[in-house]
Ligand binder design. Structure first.
Ligand code: BEZ
Ligand code: FE
Length: 295
């Protein structure tokens, strides 16, 4: 066993003139990794296994697939970083993970448009307002939305079979801060399980499923941008989300409508769902208070 002050010796090798934040971060990383090794006492073989796990995780990551983000998400680290960086002081809507399936450049659509570009799925109408903390409407707020299809896949996972831009769109609120669009019901789905993270989840006796949700990034001049989801109330996986992203305030009733007259009024021939949500953006000037929320 190295001497008790071995960690201090390693830390003392850092130069005198380095970036102070880098010094703080590297001091913490080295200290914690040394503490883990002292506690766990890995065999040489176990340590090599750990290194190969990280190596394969990196090798699986590219412009399209990010196995390291998935590792961070499934180990709860992404939500911890989210909590630290989105401490809400003024009643703004809570945030959650971005996830790996966001794609910039979604089609700009008029309010009310249907983002479902393939047949199938149960029709769903989503609507609400974007407001400031004092309740005043935010006109022209930008909502970037995306979600999985009824089989649990995003279009970026099935570029060969799903139409371009399927289940994605960018909307802007009207003069009353109102937004609305049509889609289909999102589906619960497993995060990608065919890589190192999937192997680790199985070895840890964990499932890979996320409860059904719709992603939103909402922004408006003068307000903090909000990255969040709306989760479908009643989903089996709300209490065991593989990436720990669920917050009670983001669980929404998706109401099923079966009345023949209502169905006809919507120009449909089958039952449909509606869901409403009032988003609140915090002013850009509110500095996050470190004391506001313990994480
Ligand atoms: C998602 O919601 O798209 C997602 C988030 C984290 C990991 C995998 C998927
Ligand atoms: Fe998702």
């Amino acid at each position: 066993m190295p001497t008790a002050n071995f960690t201090d010796i390693v830390l003392s090798r850092m130069g005198a003139d380095i970036d102070p934040r880098l010094r703080e971060v590297m001091t913490s990383i080295i200290s914690h990794v040394h503490a883990i090794v002292r506690e766990v006492e890995p065999t040489q073989e176990e340590w090599f296994q750990a290194i190969m796990f990280l190596t394969r995780t990196g090798q699986l990551s590219d412009d399209v697939r990010q196995e390291f983000i998935l590792l961070s998400d499934t180990m709860g680290v992404s939500m911890l970083v989210d909590a630290i960086n989105n401490r809400k002081g003024q009643g703004g809507t809570e945030s959650t993970v971005l996830g790996p399936f966001y794609a910039a450049g979604s089609p700009e659509l008029p309010l009310g448009a249907n983002i479902a570009r393939e047949p199938g799925g149960q029709p769903c109408f989503l609507s609400g307002h974007v407001r400031a903390p004092d309740g005043s409407p935010i006109a022209g707020a930008r909502l970037d939305v995306w979600h999985s299809n009824s089989h649990g896949f995003y279009n970026v996972q099935q570029l060969d079979t799903q139409p371009s831009g399927n289940l994605r769109g960018v909307f802007h609120t009207d003069a009353d801060g109102r937004w609305w669009f049509r889609s289909i019901m999102p589906s619960s789905y497993p995060v990608p399980e065919d890589g190192t993270v999937g192997n680790l989840l199985r070895a840890m006796g964990r499932h890979a499923w996320r409860p059904a949700h719709v992603h939103f990034i909402i922004s408006a001049p003068g307000f903090q941008s909000l990255t969040t989801h709306l989760f479908v109330n009643g989903d089996t996986y709300l209490d065991s989300d593989a990436v720990f992203g669920v917050k009670d305030s983001l669980i929404v009733d998706f109401v099923r409508h079966m009345d023949a007259r209502e169905i006809a009024e919507r120009g449909l021939s089958e039952p449909f769902y509606t869901a409403e949500y009032e988003f609140v953006l915090e002013p850009a000037t509110v500095a996050a208070s470190r004391e506001a929320v313990a994480v």
